[in-house]
Design a protein around this ligand. Structure first.
Ligand code: SF4
Ligand code: MG
Length: 283
């Protein structure tokens, strides 16, 4: 059985020292080992951005795709090989700007895979421009007088898009981050995980200290029920989107591929047709 070190390779990340993405890399490696995966059963597809490099830093199959397109590639991979555990990953610019159309539809489609966004509220790779997650008034080279747009709330967006698994965590909280990734990998459907992953080089506002002061751990909320979507929306709004933990999970909805393949089985049974497994896969 694979252990944590089996998911490590000898590629040295070129992230800046202190970048939040290191914790995401470590948590994925830990979670993969903890849920009993083998490196040859895991594929990580990433988009473009500093976070996009993650697919090369973990010992498993990796695909560094194009900007905003990790999800179409990852979904195709999963539909072609349902035995594979598939993770898509990228940054807030990648997933919530150019890739947003894919994000919303992947969430509502509910293919059994996990999407991890490293959310640093800025474009880091291109040296610091305002992203869809930057707060109003946020000053960068692209908004020297401060952003006049509202910041996107990714968790509210995911809930409104029909997500069956929604979690949020923070790079400084390795224990929680690993636990939510484990739960996401085990969820039978699309798991959306937003991670506050500070950019220490270009974002001097949303720092580790800022997040520590502002995040609200769900464990602090008495009687929180993660199966209650209305409660999830309400608590999110009350905490300005800063909730962390497993915010919502619906274990009753079937995944996309379960419905597709179930539909095929039902059709064949109705017509009394019996196929071998190989013939069935070709349908
Ligand atoms: Fe991380 Fe920011 Fe450095 Fe990119 S620029 S590696 S996001 S700290
Ligand atoms: Mg970013």
């Amino acid at each position: 059985m694979a252990t944590l070190k089996d998911f490590r390779n000898n590629v040295k990340p070129n992230w800046c020292p202190g970048c939040g993405d290191f914790s995401v890399q470590a948590s994925i490696q830990r979670a993969a080992a903890n849920v009993g995966l083998e490196p040859e059963n895991l594929a990580i597809v990433s988009g473009i951005g500093c976070s996009g490099r993650i697919s090369g830093y973990i010992n498993c199959y990796g695909f560094h795709g194009v900007h905003g397109r990790s999800l179409p590639i990852a979904q195709g991979l999963k539909m072609a090989n349902r035995e594979l555990t598939v993770i898509a990953s990228g940054g807030d610019g990648d997933g919530f700007a150019i890739g947003m159309g894919h994000t919303v539809h992947a969430i509502r489609r509910n293919i059994d895979m996990t999407y991890i966004v490293m959310d640093n509220q800025i474009y880091g790779l291109t040296k610091g421009q305002t992203s869809p997650r930057s707060a109003e008034g946020f000053k960068t080279k692209s908004t020297p007088q401060g952003s006049i747009e509202s910041a996107l709330s990714p968790i509210e967006m995911a809930l409104a898009s029909g997500a069956t698994f929604v979690a949020q965590s923070f790079s400084s909280n390795l224990k929680q981050l690993t636990a939510v990734i484990e739960a996401g990998l085990q969820h039978k459907g699309f798991s959306f995980i937003n991670v506050f992953s500070p950019c220490v080089t270009f974002n001097k506002i949303n720092t580790y200290d800022w997040f520590k002061e502002n995040v609200v751990d769900l464990e602090e909320i008495p009687d929180y029920d993660p199966t209650n979507r209305v409660m999830a929306m309400t608590k999110l709004m009350e905490t300005n989107g800063m909730l962390t933990g497993i915010i919502y999970q619906d274990k009753t909805k079937k995944s996309y591929e379960d419905l597709v393949y179930g539909f095929k089985e039902e059709g064949l049974a109705k017509q009394n047709i019996q196929l071998t497994e190989a013939e069935f896969e070709k349908l």
